[in-house]
Design a protein around this ligand. Structure first.
Ligand code: ATP
Length: 233
């Protein structure tokens, strides 16, 4: 569904991504893993049209989107749930969700809202509450729910476990798995190597702005070099 070839991007004179190649196929959960500052968020911003790529190619469902504007990328169904939730704190839960269907999914807004509320019952209970007063875990649910309102063909989740307690991380990853089993392909961008490899079909490890290791998640989880570098084992 998503094909990235030789992607280079950065800020001003600083190159962050130095030729990234990766693919996400239908039905997959693909994990993109790496340490702090390795360029995971920059990759997501390039895929979403926020940071213009300096070189390389991005194709989504066969169509090039390398130089496409963010709204065109959303309209195509490539939906990015940003790091740090980035919800609208002064709007209610309901208003945040409705905004998720601003560019895509408007015709089925009511049905999609119902679907999000049945996936995240906590959001239904708190639909009138100001989003800024939700707990961290609830805000993460809201950010994902808002993404679902746009009827994603592929959902990119940027560090959904960030700042959550271990129990909530498990709950969040369980939900991600459920969404995937219902048919949604997911690209999971994470620092949490152990749990992400557990969840994902395949994974890419980013180092120095390019893919250092990739393959089946199960095989990578057993890779001695990876275990040494990322798990201290
Ligand atoms: P983390 O896991 O800590 O969020 P990351 O892998 O998502 O890290 P990025 O946010 O992509 O990393 O940042 C990669 C590099 O690009 C960092 O060195 C960062 O300082 C730099 N960078 C990010 N945004 C900008 C910007 N707007 N201007 C200049 N440099 C930036």
């Amino acid at each position: 569904m998503l094909e990235v070839r030789g992607l280079r991007a950065g800020y001003g004179g600083t190159e962050v991504l130095r030729g990234v190649d990766l693919d996400v196929g239908p039905g997959e959960i693909v994990a993109v893993l790496g340490a702090n500052g390795v360029g995971k968020t920059t990759l997501n911003k390039a895929l979403s049209g926020i940071v213009p790529p300096a070189a390389g190619e991005i194709r989504f469902e066969g169509r090039p989107i390398t130089a496409a504007a963010p709204d065109a990328i959303v309209a195509a169904g490539l939906i990015h749930v940003p790091e740090g939730r980035k919800i609208f704190p002064n709007l209610s839960v309901h208003e945040n969700l409705v905004l998720g269907s601003y560019r895509r999914g408007r015709a089925r807004r009511a049905a999609n809202l119902e679907r999000v509320f049945s996936t995240f019952p906590r959001l239904r209970e708190r639909r009138a509450q100001g989003a800024g007063t939700l707990s961290g875990g609830e805000q993460q649910m809201l950010a994902i729910g808002r993404g679902l309102m746009a009827e994603p063909r592929l959902l990119i989740l940027d560090e959904p476990s960030l700042g959550l307690s271990p129990l909530l991380v498990e709950e969040m990853f369980g939900l991600i798995q459920r969404l995937n089993r219902e048919g949604l392909p997911i690209m999971l961008v994470e620092q949490n190597v152990v749990q992400s490899l557990d969840l994902a079909t395949r994974a890419y490890i980013l180092e120095n702005g390019s893919v250092a290791l990739s393959g089946e998640a199960r095989r990578l989880a057993a890779d001695p070099a990876l275990r040494r570098a990322y798990l201290g084992l």
